[in-house]
Design a protein around this ligand. Sequence first.
Ligand SMILES: [Zn+2]
Length: 359
Amino acid sequence: MDLKKLDYSLKTPQERKALVEQIVKDASPNQLTEKYIEILSNYIIMAMDKEEKKKKEIMTDNRLITINKRETSYQGLVSKFENGEDGLYNITIENDKNILLTPKVAISPKDVAEIPALADLKESIEIVKKQEKKASGKNKYKLKKMLIEMYQEQYTIKNMVKQPIFATNIAKSFVHTRFDEHITIGEDGLPKSDCICSFFNPKHISVLLCNYSTLKQECWDKFDSDCYYMMMDLDNLVDAALEKKFPLYYDLVIYKIDGRSNAEIQFLLELKYGIKHSVEYISSLWRNKIPKLIADTATKRYLEWYYTMVERGKWKRCSRCGQIKLAHNLFFSKNKTSKDGYYSICKECRNKKNKEEEE
Ligand SMILES: [Zn+2]
């Protein structure tokens, strides 16, 4: 694409914006690379900066470009978003009727009135919404993606300005909640808990991890509360699930709890393990895989306890590692052709074997 089209004799952002709009209109979608859009944005922003100094006023349209430009770094946004709000908006602990952690934070008209950046963003969202309606094809997709990010950005802005008061509220209710738990074994052979916060549920684990520091702080001297023991159990469970078997995940959890950004974690993990994972992957481990592994470990531990202490379970020895494990589909994969319905090699050994064959 021809950058000479950018006419630097145009002085006002409006003129430059009109030119950019024309260029964008004439361009084919694959010409609009991120790099090129950035150049176009800069072209307008430079004029805006000059004018802003004169008029001391931010034009909404140009403000939009500034925001867009900041958001060209999607990874930056994701890590900012995560560290800013630790997943509280996306995750709720719920169990049928009971809801412990609900997203209490919404963007209220009062916020918009009090935070100028938020008001600007709201206006920009309206503009992009209109553009998105008219657009088609790849541009429509791009604008849609931009809209989603802008919506998320609202929370980031609000969090930066107003410190997250919700955290203490949640922690307070957490401390005063009784986590009575009745566990039954379902027809699928898995334990079911009626507790509003259950270690068997990866979502609940995720919320606990995301709010770990706050909850831990709130509970540390409340020896007579359920939450104190729950956090202690969680510590043990995380150790059991990750420390030896998944050292990289274990480190990731510790870095996250320390409040490090995904970019920092990426760097630290690369330093220690010599593998560079993308920040998206790190984020997905933190949100999905790790909570799932921990919940899985909690489930297995409960079953082992239950079939030792409460009811006599069926156990079998793995023909490979020699360990005696529960004859249960969490430990052995089902196999219709075998006498007891399970493979003779345990799941862990099978996974290891499959991995080695892949390599
Ligand atoms: Zn085995």
